[in-house]
Design a protein around this ligand. Structure first.
Ligand code: FAD
Ligand code: SF4
Ligand code: SF4
Ligand code: SF4
Length: 506
């Protein structure tokens, strides 16, 4: 309990209330499982004893805060997340918003969804038409908790994989304190014999429960941010290109990601970056940690097969500051790490999150299959792949390029990408993609101050030239339209065992 007196979040809470909440918090199954498995955890070598206690402290603090938040809401009517954050001044607003969603998953809070219909004027095939649009309003209220209530137990993420919705990001395997999880680009295995049932993997998994309302509400708190239902919160949008000829040689679009990483490494704003490069099998991405500029350019260019980049984050523990490049599902996973605590040593060192736009990715076998079946080409001769203007394009070593309509390759894409609603990496500090900008340029969304400063810093260092995305054609309207289509077509996730559990409760 020593840690509580150190946490400035608890200033203003009476010692008695703090003590009561902490006693309740240590009853939490995650904390107990973690504490009781101390010897097994230390044996794996993932955490030192000091790190173990640091993480335990952070878990107890987070759970204590949740108990205090819960107590403050008893008897209140359903409220919006922003309203709750406004009422509970004792804690940082962002924490309160995350706490509510977590408490909902623990079974304490009920989500009330109100649907309203409004009429809007839309241009359809050049004609202005009245269209009905649905608006969703989410309010939260403490449930009537019976005396025999048992907090929801978070199962290991095998239920996500078994429900065929795992996006293979790899985050659960980095987080698991006893190294019970192995993730590759298409497999996930849990060693039940060593799993301590702490549920940490479930908490951070981007597919276990949605944090959509967390992201939106946190964005809405910052009145300086622009907000769009389709591309979410942002400071600025740009169309940008690298100024460096050697980055132009390896880039996918504007070479912005590589330019940002070069700036970060050169200016020692980070000690290492986590990205992907070609593995020995061409076009198969291999997650890598790069701490030397000379290896950076190996990461340039898009590999359309998916990678489990976050599975190597724990290996970057030795670095104080890292930048991570990844798809929107990976940015979502990292944000979920904020839900239970930020005490994990290799989580605290993530200083920059660079997100890529992503409509879908392909299994490695799918990439090979589509090159063979759709293009009748040897994939070793392919020098670049691209998705642009509704076409899947391949460039060959002879300088030739070939394309097929994107709809003809959709069937090769990964099934689990159908459960993904995020095109533009909502949870990144800065998001980069091609939609909206011309050839050789990238569309860039700076999502927060850190992302904006990074972009401005790399521009000032002469690595990037840019225009406002709103001044470019097809620009932001196309980006918003496609982001909206992805959200609309997204399938909802139903975890097999979760459904059975809720059916039994009703
Ligand atoms: C699977 C996938 C699908 C995409 N789909 C779209 C799309 O539909 N629309 C769109 O506008 N943009 C899409 N993008 C983003 C686009 O292809 C470019 O990555 C982006 O425009 C950045 O270009 P750049 O020239 O700045 O990047 P570069 O400077 O060339 O750097 C590319 C970076 O991407 C990383 N990377 C490459 N492949 C992967 C991978 N498989 N997983 C994780 N990281 C990877 C590399 O590590 C590198 O850091 C997609 C990217 C990926 C990986
Ligand atoms: S597999 Fe999940 S529940 Fe099991 S020990 Fe690892 S993190 Fe905890
Ligand atoms: S954290 Fe990522 S790899 Fe692990 S189960 Fe969830 S989606 Fe799959
Ligand atoms: S579509 Fe979504 S789930 Fe699939 S790779 Fe892209 S971000 Fe991940």
């Amino acid at each position: 309990m020593v840690q509580i007196s150190k946490n400035s979040n608890f200033n203003g809470i009476t010692p008695k209330n703090l003590m009561d909440a902490t006693y309740e918090a240590v009853e939490n199954f995650q904390i107990r499982a973690f504490f009781e498995a101390k010897d097994e955890i230390l044996e794996t070598g993932k955490f030192s004893e000091e790190e173990f206690y640091e993480l335990l402290d952070a878990m107890i603090d987070a759970e204590t805060e949740r108990k205090l938040v819960l107590d403050s809401l008893i008897g209140k009517e359903p409220l919006f997340l922003e309203e709750i954050a406004e009422t509970l001044k004792d804690f940082p607003a962002e924490n309160v918003i995350r706490d509510i969603i977590y408490l909902k998953e623990q079974g304490y809070i009920e989500e009330h969804i109100e649907i309203k219909t409004k009429t809007v004027i839309k241009k359809i095939k050049g004609e202005e038409k009245e269209v009905e649009e649905k608006e969703y309003f989410y309010r939260y209220q403490v449930k009537d908790i019976p005396d025999d209530f048992i907090e929801h137990f978070f199962e290991p993420v095998s239920i996500v994989f078994d429900s065929e919705v795992c996006c293979q990001c790899g985050w659960c395997s980095s987080i698991c304190p006893v190294n019970a999880i192995s993730v590759t680009a298409d497999t996930l295995e849990i060693n039940d014999e060593i799993c301590i049932k702490c549920g940490l993997c479930y908490s951070v998994c981007p597919r276990s429960f949605s944090i959509e309302q967390v992201g939106k509400s946190i964005n809405k708190l910052d009145k300086s941010l622009n907000f769009s239902e389709k591309i979410n919160g942002y400071i600025n949008t740009y169309s940008a290109s690298t100024t460096k000829d050697d980055i132009k040689e390896v880039r996918q679009d504007g070479g912005i990601v590589t330019s940002l990483l070069e700036y970060l490494l050169k200016d020692k704003l980070v000690d290492a970056i986590v990205a992907v490069q070609h593995s020995e099998e061409k076009w198969k991405p291999e997650p890598v940690i790069v701490d030397d500029l000379k290896d950076l350019y190996k990461t340039g260019g898009t590999k359309y097969a998916n990678a489990s980049t976050l599975a190597i984050i724990d290996k970057a523990k030795e670095y104080n500051n890292i930048a991570v490049v990844g798809t929107p599902c990976m940015m979502n996973a990292i944000e979920k790490g904020n839900l239970f605590s930020s005490g994990v040593p290799f989580f605290k060192n993530i200083k920059y999150k660079i997100g890529l736009f992503c409509m879908e990715s392909f299994p490695y076998e799918g990439v090979l299959g589509l090159i063979k079946e759709q293009f009748e080409q040897d994939f070793n001769k392919v020098t670049k792949m691209d998705i642009s203007s509704g076409k899947f394009i391949i460039y060959l070593d002879k300088g030739e390029d070939l394309n097929v309509p994107l709809k003809d390759v959709k069937s090769y894409a990964r099934h689990n990408c159908h459960f993904c609603e995020d095109l533009t990496a909502d949870y990144a500090d800065i998001s980069v993609g091609s939609i909206g900008s011309g050839s050789g340029w990238s569309s860039v969304i700076t999502r927060n101050k850190k992302g904006e400063e990074l972009f401005k810093g790399a521009s000032k260092a002469g690595l990037i030239e840019s225009k406002n995305l709103k001044d470019v054609k097809p620009g932001q309207p196309l980006l918003e339209r496609i982001a909206g289509i992805k959200r609309k077509n997204c399938k909802s996730i139903e975890l097999k065992k979760e459904k059975e559990r809720s059916d039994n409760n009703n």
